[in-house]
Design a protein around this ligand. Structure first.
Ligand code: SAJ
Length: 416
Protein backbone atom coordinates (compact mmCIF):
# COMPACT_ATOMS: atom_id res chain seq x y z
CA UNK A 1 0.00 0.00 0.00
CA UNK A 2 2.05 2.89 -1.27
CA UNK A 3 -0.66 5.47 -1.88
CA UNK A 4 -1.35 8.23 0.59
CA UNK A 5 -4.83 9.76 0.68
CA UNK A 6 -4.33 11.65 3.92
CA UNK A 7 -1.16 13.14 5.44
CA UNK A 8 -0.80 14.64 8.89
CA UNK A 9 1.89 17.27 9.52
CA UNK A 10 2.88 17.96 13.11
CA UNK A 11 4.39 21.42 13.67
CA UNK A 12 3.27 24.17 11.27
CA UNK A 13 6.34 26.41 11.30
CA UNK A 14 8.85 27.42 8.62
CA UNK A 15 9.17 23.83 7.40
CA UNK A 16 5.87 22.17 8.40
CA UNK A 17 3.48 24.73 6.89
CA UNK A 18 5.11 24.92 3.43
CA UNK A 19 5.43 21.11 3.40
CA UNK A 20 1.76 20.66 4.39
CA UNK A 21 0.66 23.17 1.75
CA UNK A 22 2.73 21.56 -1.01
CA UNK A 23 1.25 18.11 -0.24
CA UNK A 24 -2.28 19.59 -0.09
CA UNK A 25 -1.70 21.16 -3.49
CA UNK A 26 -1.39 17.66 -5.02
CA UNK A 27 -5.08 17.20 -4.14
CA UNK A 28 -4.69 14.89 -1.13
CA UNK A 29 -6.10 15.77 2.27
CA UNK A 30 -3.64 17.29 4.71
CA UNK A 31 -4.32 17.72 8.41
CA UNK A 32 -1.87 20.08 10.09
CA UNK A 33 -1.29 20.22 13.84
CA UNK A 34 0.23 22.95 15.94
CA UNK A 35 0.27 23.47 19.70
CA UNK A 36 -0.32 27.21 19.18
CA UNK A 37 -4.08 27.92 18.73
CA UNK A 38 -3.26 31.33 17.20
CA UNK A 39 -1.22 29.65 14.46
CA UNK A 40 -4.06 27.16 13.84
CA UNK A 41 -6.66 29.94 13.55
CA UNK A 42 -4.51 32.01 11.17
CA UNK A 43 -3.90 29.04 8.87
CA UNK A 44 -7.59 28.03 8.89
CA UNK A 45 -8.36 31.62 7.84
CA UNK A 46 -6.20 30.91 4.79
CA UNK A 47 -3.08 32.80 5.85
CA UNK A 48 0.49 31.80 6.77
CA UNK A 49 1.71 33.18 10.12
CA UNK A 50 5.15 34.21 8.75
CA UNK A 51 6.48 35.80 5.59
CA UNK A 52 7.81 33.58 2.82
CA UNK A 53 7.64 34.28 -0.94
CA UNK A 54 4.52 32.79 -2.63
CA UNK A 55 3.33 30.99 0.52
CA UNK A 56 0.32 33.34 0.99
CA UNK A 57 -1.30 32.40 -2.29
CA UNK A 58 -0.61 28.68 -1.86
CA UNK A 59 -2.02 28.50 1.69
CA UNK A 60 -5.11 30.47 0.66
CA UNK A 61 -5.70 28.16 -2.31
CA UNK A 62 -5.37 24.85 -0.41
CA UNK A 63 -7.39 26.05 2.61
CA UNK A 64 -10.19 27.38 0.37
CA UNK A 65 -10.19 24.09 -1.55
CA UNK A 66 -10.65 22.27 1.78
CA UNK A 67 -7.40 20.33 1.27
CA UNK A 68 -5.49 21.75 4.25
CA UNK A 69 -7.00 22.06 7.70
CA UNK A 70 -5.19 22.89 10.92
CA UNK A 71 -6.03 21.78 14.45
CA UNK A 72 -4.38 21.50 17.84
CA UNK A 73 -4.97 17.72 17.96
CA UNK A 74 -3.30 15.15 15.68
CA UNK A 75 -5.75 13.50 13.26
CA UNK A 76 -5.54 9.94 11.91
CA UNK A 77 -3.73 9.69 8.55
CA UNK A 78 -1.79 7.35 6.25
CA UNK A 79 1.47 9.23 6.86
CA UNK A 80 2.66 11.55 9.64
CA UNK A 81 5.40 14.12 9.13
CA UNK A 82 7.02 15.56 12.26
CA UNK A 83 8.46 19.06 11.69
CA UNK A 84 8.90 20.51 15.18
CA UNK A 85 11.88 22.45 16.58
CA UNK A 86 14.92 20.69 18.02
CA UNK A 87 16.59 23.55 19.91
CA UNK A 88 20.01 23.59 21.46
CA UNK A 89 20.01 24.34 25.17
CA UNK A 90 23.03 25.74 26.97
CA UNK A 91 26.18 27.20 25.46
CA UNK A 92 29.61 26.01 24.34
CA UNK A 93 30.76 22.71 25.79
CA UNK A 94 27.56 22.48 27.86
CA UNK A 95 25.32 22.75 24.77
CA UNK A 96 22.91 19.84 24.35
CA UNK A 97 20.11 19.16 21.88
CA UNK A 98 16.58 19.22 23.27
CA UNK A 99 14.44 16.63 21.47
CA UNK A 100 11.46 16.95 23.80
CA UNK A 101 9.23 18.50 21.08
CA UNK A 102 9.91 15.46 18.86
CA UNK A 103 9.11 13.15 21.79
CA UNK A 104 5.86 15.03 22.43
CA UNK A 105 4.93 14.80 18.74
CA UNK A 106 5.52 11.02 18.77
CA UNK A 107 3.39 10.69 21.90
CA UNK A 108 0.61 12.73 20.23
CA UNK A 109 0.66 10.51 17.11
CA UNK A 110 0.54 7.23 19.06
CA UNK A 111 -3.21 7.22 19.92
CA UNK A 112 -4.31 7.63 16.28
CA UNK A 113 -1.66 5.34 14.74
CA UNK A 114 -2.88 2.33 12.72
CA UNK A 115 -1.34 -0.64 10.92
CA UNK A 116 0.01 0.43 7.52
CA UNK A 117 0.96 3.95 8.68
CA UNK A 118 4.25 5.72 7.92
CA UNK A 119 5.87 8.11 10.43
CA UNK A 120 8.55 10.52 9.19
CA UNK A 121 10.82 12.76 11.21
CA UNK A 122 11.85 15.88 9.23
CA UNK A 123 13.31 17.94 12.08
CA UNK A 124 17.10 18.27 12.16
CA UNK A 125 17.96 15.76 14.88
CA UNK A 126 20.82 14.18 16.79
CA UNK A 127 21.70 10.65 15.69
CA UNK A 128 19.34 8.14 17.29
CA UNK A 129 16.27 10.41 17.41
CA UNK A 130 14.33 8.45 14.75
CA UNK A 131 14.90 5.29 16.81
CA UNK A 132 13.66 7.21 19.85
CA UNK A 133 10.45 8.12 17.96
CA UNK A 134 9.93 4.45 17.07
CA UNK A 135 10.56 3.44 20.70
CA UNK A 136 7.95 5.92 22.00
CA UNK A 137 5.39 4.69 19.46
CA UNK A 138 6.09 1.03 20.35
CA UNK A 139 5.83 1.73 24.07
CA UNK A 140 2.44 3.40 23.65
CA UNK A 141 1.05 1.00 21.05
CA UNK A 142 1.93 -2.59 22.10
CA UNK A 143 -0.85 -3.76 19.75
CA UNK A 144 1.18 -2.68 16.68
CA UNK A 145 4.59 -3.85 15.42
CA UNK A 146 7.51 -1.56 14.56
CA UNK A 147 10.75 -1.88 12.54
CA UNK A 148 12.98 -2.25 15.64
CA UNK A 149 10.88 -5.34 16.50
CA UNK A 150 9.82 -6.87 13.18
CA UNK A 151 12.19 -5.31 10.60
CA UNK A 152 10.76 -5.50 7.08
CA UNK A 153 7.57 -7.16 8.41
CA UNK A 154 6.60 -4.29 10.76
CA UNK A 155 3.07 -2.91 10.55
CA UNK A 156 4.24 0.68 11.02
CA UNK A 157 7.14 2.22 9.08
CA UNK A 158 9.45 4.91 10.50
CA UNK A 159 11.92 7.10 8.55
CA UNK A 160 14.01 10.27 8.74
CA UNK A 161 13.93 12.73 5.82
CA UNK A 162 15.71 15.90 6.91
CA UNK A 163 14.65 19.23 5.47
CA UNK A 164 17.32 21.27 3.67
CA UNK A 165 15.56 24.42 2.53
CA UNK A 166 16.89 27.95 2.60
CA UNK A 167 14.47 30.52 4.08
CA UNK A 168 13.37 32.87 1.33
CA UNK A 169 13.37 30.04 -1.23
CA UNK A 170 11.42 27.44 0.73
CA UNK A 171 8.66 26.58 -1.76
CA UNK A 172 11.10 26.21 -4.62
CA UNK A 173 13.59 24.19 -2.56
CA UNK A 174 10.99 21.86 -0.98
CA UNK A 175 10.24 20.66 -4.49
CA UNK A 176 13.60 20.87 -6.25
CA UNK A 177 16.28 20.03 -3.66
CA UNK A 178 17.68 16.50 -3.60
CA UNK A 179 16.43 14.61 -0.53
CA UNK A 180 18.06 12.07 1.75
CA UNK A 181 15.53 9.41 2.78
CA UNK A 182 16.64 7.34 5.77
CA UNK A 183 14.56 4.33 6.69
CA UNK A 184 14.71 2.20 9.83
CA UNK A 185 14.35 -0.68 7.36
CA UNK A 186 14.40 -0.93 3.56
CA UNK A 187 10.63 -1.05 3.50
CA UNK A 188 10.47 2.12 5.64
CA UNK A 189 12.75 3.93 3.18
CA UNK A 190 10.78 2.71 0.14
CA UNK A 191 7.48 3.92 1.58
CA UNK A 192 8.96 7.30 2.55
CA UNK A 193 10.37 7.54 -0.97
CA UNK A 194 6.90 6.92 -2.41
CA UNK A 195 5.51 9.73 -0.24
CA UNK A 196 8.16 12.33 -1.17
CA UNK A 197 7.96 11.38 -4.85
CA UNK A 198 4.46 12.93 -4.77
CA UNK A 199 5.99 16.40 -4.40
CA UNK A 200 9.79 16.27 -4.83
CA UNK A 201 11.28 16.70 -8.30
CA UNK A 202 14.90 16.60 -7.03
CA UNK A 203 16.87 13.38 -6.67
CA UNK A 204 15.81 11.23 -3.67
CA UNK A 205 18.50 8.94 -2.24
CA UNK A 206 17.70 6.12 0.13
CA UNK A 207 19.83 5.23 3.16
CA UNK A 208 19.50 4.34 6.85
CA UNK A 209 17.82 6.64 9.37
CA UNK A 210 21.07 7.11 11.33
CA UNK A 211 23.01 8.03 8.18
CA UNK A 212 20.31 10.52 7.18
CA UNK A 213 20.44 12.11 10.64
CA UNK A 214 24.21 12.54 10.51
CA UNK A 215 24.13 13.63 6.84
CA UNK A 216 22.01 16.67 7.64
CA UNK A 217 24.22 17.65 10.58
CA UNK A 218 27.33 17.05 8.48
CA UNK A 219 26.21 19.41 5.72
CA UNK A 220 26.01 22.31 8.15
CA UNK A 221 29.14 21.29 10.09
CA UNK A 222 31.06 21.15 6.80
CA UNK A 223 30.08 24.75 6.08
CA UNK A 224 30.85 25.82 9.66
CA UNK A 225 34.32 24.27 9.56
CA UNK A 226 35.07 25.97 6.25
CA UNK A 227 33.88 29.36 7.51
CA UNK A 228 35.99 28.82 10.65
CA UNK A 229 39.03 28.29 8.43
CA UNK A 230 38.36 31.65 6.76
CA UNK A 231 37.75 33.33 10.13
CA UNK A 232 40.99 31.91 11.53
CA UNK A 233 42.85 33.22 8.48
CA UNK A 234 41.42 36.68 9.22
CA UNK A 235 42.99 36.58 12.70
CA UNK A 236 46.31 35.33 11.34
CA UNK A 237 46.30 38.08 8.70
CA UNK A 238 45.52 40.71 11.30
CA UNK A 239 48.53 39.59 13.34
CA UNK A 240 50.81 39.47 10.27
CA UNK A 241 49.43 42.71 8.71
CA UNK A 242 48.14 41.10 5.52
CA UNK A 243 44.83 41.87 3.83
CA UNK A 244 42.83 38.65 4.28
CA UNK A 245 40.58 39.33 1.27
CA UNK A 246 43.60 39.68 -1.04
CA UNK A 247 45.08 36.57 0.50
CA UNK A 248 41.96 34.47 -0.11
CA UNK A 249 41.60 35.80 -3.65
CA UNK A 250 45.18 34.74 -4.37
CA UNK A 251 44.87 31.31 -2.75
CA UNK A 252 41.55 30.66 -4.54
CA UNK A 253 43.31 31.00 -7.90
CA UNK A 254 44.45 27.42 -7.30
CA UNK A 255 41.98 25.15 -9.10
CA UNK A 256 41.41 22.94 -6.04
CA UNK A 257 41.19 25.66 -3.37
CA UNK A 258 37.90 27.40 -2.55
CA UNK A 259 38.12 29.28 0.73
CA UNK A 260 34.91 30.86 2.02
CA UNK A 261 34.62 34.40 3.38
CA UNK A 262 35.51 35.56 6.86
CA UNK A 263 32.90 37.64 8.64
CA UNK A 264 31.91 38.92 12.09
CA UNK A 265 30.89 35.39 13.16
CA UNK A 266 28.39 32.74 12.10
CA UNK A 267 24.67 33.18 12.69
CA UNK A 268 21.31 31.75 11.71
CA UNK A 269 19.49 28.88 13.36
CA UNK A 270 21.31 26.05 11.54
CA UNK A 271 25.04 26.41 10.96
CA UNK A 272 25.77 27.86 14.39
CA UNK A 273 23.67 25.12 16.03
CA UNK A 274 23.81 21.79 14.19
CA UNK A 275 27.56 21.09 14.68
CA UNK A 276 26.92 21.00 18.45
CA UNK A 277 24.54 18.04 17.87
CA UNK A 278 27.49 16.12 16.45
CA UNK A 279 29.78 17.19 19.31
CA UNK A 280 27.15 16.11 21.86
CA UNK A 281 26.88 12.68 20.21
CA UNK A 282 30.63 12.00 19.89
CA UNK A 283 32.43 14.50 22.18
CA UNK A 284 35.84 12.84 22.09
CA UNK A 285 35.98 12.34 18.34
CA UNK A 286 34.45 15.62 17.13
CA UNK A 287 37.55 17.72 17.87
CA UNK A 288 37.77 19.70 14.64
CA UNK A 289 34.02 20.35 14.56
CA UNK A 290 34.07 21.62 18.15
CA UNK A 291 37.09 23.86 17.53
CA UNK A 292 35.46 25.32 14.41
CA UNK A 293 32.42 26.27 16.49
CA UNK A 294 34.68 27.89 19.07
CA UNK A 295 36.63 29.83 16.40
CA UNK A 296 33.40 31.14 14.86
CA UNK A 297 31.85 31.95 18.24
CA UNK A 298 34.96 33.92 19.22
CA UNK A 299 34.86 36.16 16.15
CA UNK A 300 32.39 38.75 17.57
CA UNK A 301 34.81 39.28 20.49
CA UNK A 302 37.63 39.98 18.04
CA UNK A 303 35.48 42.55 16.18
CA UNK A 304 34.61 44.16 19.49
CA UNK A 305 38.29 44.49 20.42
CA UNK A 306 38.97 46.18 17.06
CA UNK A 307 36.20 48.70 17.65
CA UNK A 308 37.45 49.35 21.16
CA UNK A 309 40.96 50.03 19.84
CA UNK A 310 39.68 52.53 17.26
CA UNK A 311 37.17 54.18 19.59
CA UNK A 312 39.93 54.82 22.12
CA UNK A 313 41.52 57.21 19.63
CA UNK A 314 38.34 59.30 19.35
CA UNK A 315 37.17 61.98 21.74
CA UNK A 316 33.45 61.42 21.15
CA UNK A 317 33.03 58.13 19.31
CA UNK A 318 29.90 58.00 17.15
CA UNK A 319 29.73 54.47 15.79
CA UNK A 320 27.56 53.56 12.78
CA UNK A 321 26.87 49.79 12.88
CA UNK A 322 25.74 48.69 9.44
CA UNK A 323 23.50 45.62 9.47
CA UNK A 324 21.91 43.44 12.18
CA UNK A 325 20.70 40.41 10.16
CA UNK A 326 22.65 37.14 10.34
CA UNK A 327 23.53 37.40 6.65
CA UNK A 328 23.06 39.64 3.66
CA UNK A 329 19.69 40.64 2.24
CA UNK A 330 17.49 38.85 4.83
CA UNK A 331 15.49 40.26 7.78
CA UNK A 332 16.30 37.28 10.03
CA UNK A 333 18.10 38.26 13.24
CA UNK A 334 18.30 34.77 14.78
CA UNK A 335 21.71 34.01 16.36
CA UNK A 336 23.07 37.00 14.46
CA UNK A 337 26.66 37.91 15.35
CA UNK A 338 25.84 41.52 14.38
CA UNK A 339 23.18 41.68 17.12
CA UNK A 340 25.67 40.27 19.63
CA UNK A 341 28.31 42.80 18.63
CA UNK A 342 25.96 45.79 18.82
CA UNK A 343 24.63 44.63 22.20
CA UNK A 344 28.14 44.21 23.60
CA UNK A 345 29.18 47.63 22.22
CA UNK A 346 26.15 49.19 23.90
CA UNK A 347 26.95 47.48 27.19
CA UNK A 348 30.56 48.64 26.98
CA UNK A 349 29.29 52.24 26.50
CA UNK A 350 32.02 52.98 23.98
CA UNK A 351 30.15 55.91 22.47
CA UNK A 352 27.02 56.88 20.62
CA UNK A 353 25.62 53.92 18.63
CA UNK A 354 23.70 54.28 15.39
CA UNK A 355 22.30 51.07 13.92
CA UNK A 356 21.35 50.81 10.24
CA UNK A 357 19.22 47.81 9.24
CA UNK A 358 17.03 48.53 6.21
CA UNK A 359 15.10 45.25 6.67
CA UNK A 360 13.54 46.07 10.05
CA UNK A 361 11.22 48.80 11.33
CA UNK A 362 12.30 48.75 14.98
CA UNK A 363 15.20 47.40 17.03
CA UNK A 364 14.50 43.97 18.53
CA UNK A 365 13.58 43.72 22.22
CA UNK A 366 16.71 43.24 24.28
CA UNK A 367 18.70 45.57 22.06
CA UNK A 368 16.33 48.53 22.05
CA UNK A 369 16.61 48.96 25.85
CA UNK A 370 20.40 49.16 25.65
CA UNK A 371 20.16 52.56 23.96
CA UNK A 372 21.33 52.28 20.31
CA UNK A 373 19.41 54.34 17.80
CA UNK A 374 17.97 52.94 14.56
CA UNK A 375 19.07 55.35 11.83
CA UNK A 376 18.99 55.50 8.07
CA UNK A 377 22.14 54.82 6.07
CA UNK A 378 22.89 58.37 4.90
CA UNK A 379 22.20 60.00 8.25
CA UNK A 380 24.35 57.46 10.09
CA UNK A 381 27.29 57.93 7.72
CA UNK A 382 26.95 61.68 8.06
CA UNK A 383 27.07 61.60 11.87
CA UNK A 384 29.53 58.79 12.57
CA UNK A 385 33.27 59.02 13.00
CA UNK A 386 33.63 55.23 13.13
CA UNK A 387 31.84 53.00 10.62
CA UNK A 388 31.47 49.29 11.35
CA UNK A 389 30.15 47.20 8.47
CA UNK A 390 28.61 44.02 9.91
CA UNK A 391 26.40 42.74 7.06
CA UNK A 392 27.08 43.03 3.33
CA UNK A 393 23.48 43.97 2.44
CA UNK A 394 23.04 45.13 -1.15
CA UNK A 395 21.96 48.53 0.21
CA UNK A 396 25.40 49.11 1.76
CA UNK A 397 27.57 48.15 -1.21
CA UNK A 398 27.19 51.38 -3.19
CA UNK A 399 28.66 53.84 -0.75
CA UNK A 400 29.92 57.32 -1.47
CA UNK A 401 33.65 56.97 -0.70
CA UNK A 402 33.89 60.67 0.10
CA UNK A 403 31.58 60.12 3.06
CA UNK A 404 34.03 57.60 4.54
CA UNK A 405 37.21 59.47 3.93
CA UNK A 406 37.71 61.09 7.35
CA UNK A 407 36.35 58.21 9.41
CA UNK A 408 37.68 55.00 10.87
CA UNK A 409 36.21 52.10 8.88
CA UNK A 410 36.02 48.48 10.06
CA UNK A 411 34.69 46.26 7.28
CA UNK A 412 34.06 42.79 8.73
CA UNK A 413 32.76 41.38 5.40
CA UNK A 414 35.35 42.69 2.93
CA UNK A 415 32.49 44.36 1.05
CA UNK A 416 34.24 47.70 0.50
N1 SAJ B 1 28.92 32.99 6.38
C1 SAJ B 1 30.21 33.49 6.46
N2 SAJ B 1 31.06 33.25 5.42
C2 SAJ B 1 30.67 32.54 4.31
C3 SAJ B 1 29.37 32.02 4.24
C4 SAJ B 1 28.50 32.25 5.30
O1 SAJ B 1 30.61 34.13 7.43
O2 SAJ B 1 31.52 32.41 3.41
C5 SAJ B 1 27.98 33.20 7.50
C6 SAJ B 1 26.73 33.99 7.12
O3 SAJ B 1 26.97 35.36 7.12
C7 SAJ B 1 25.77 33.54 8.20
C8 SAJ B 1 26.16 32.09 8.45
O4 SAJ B 1 27.47 31.95 7.92
O5 SAJ B 1 25.97 34.26 9.40
C9 SAJ B 1 25.24 31.05 7.81
O6 SAJ B 1 24.78 31.47 6.53
P1 SAJ B 1 24.63 30.46 5.28
O7 SAJ B 1 24.15 31.24 4.11
O8 SAJ B 1 25.92 29.75 5.11
O9 SAJ B 1 23.57 29.35 5.73
P2 SAJ B 1 22.07 29.37 6.37
O10 SAJ B 1 22.19 29.19 7.85
O11 SAJ B 1 21.28 30.52 5.89
O12 SAJ B 1 21.42 28.03 5.73
C10 SAJ B 1 22.09 26.77 5.89
C11 SAJ B 1 22.19 26.10 4.52
N3 SAJ B 1 23.15 25.00 4.64
C12 SAJ B 1 24.26 24.92 3.87
O13 SAJ B 1 24.55 25.77 3.06
C13 SAJ B 1 25.12 23.71 4.07
C14 SAJ B 1 20.82 25.62 4.08
O14 SAJ B 1 20.89 24.88 2.88
C15 SAJ B 1 20.18 24.73 5.16
O15 SAJ B 1 18.87 24.33 4.79
C16 SAJ B 1 20.06 25.54 6.42
O16 SAJ B 1 21.40 25.95 6.81
C17 SAJ B 1 19.38 24.63 7.46
O17 SAJ B 1 18.16 24.77 7.64
O18 SAJ B 1 20.03 23.75 8.02
Amino acid sequence: MDSFARVSVIGLGYIGLPTAAVFADTGIEVAGTDVNPGVVATINAGRPHFGEPNLDALVRRVVEAGKLRAATEVAAADAFIIAVPTPLVGHGAAAAPDISYVEQAAAAIAPVLAAGNLVILESTSPVGTTERVAAILAERRPDLSFPQQKGEMAQVQVAHCPERVLPGRILEEVVNNPRVIGGMSRRCAQRALALYRMVVRGECRVTTARTAELAKLTENAYRDVNIAFANELSLICDRLRINVWDLIEMANLHPRVNILSPGPGVGGHCIAVDPWFIVAGAPEEARLIRTAREVNDAKPGFVLAKVRERAAALKHPVIACLGLAYKKDVDDLRESPAVEIVARLAEAKLGELLVVEPHIAALPPGLAELGPELADFDAALERANLVLLLVDHQAFLQVDRDLLKDKFVIDTRGAW
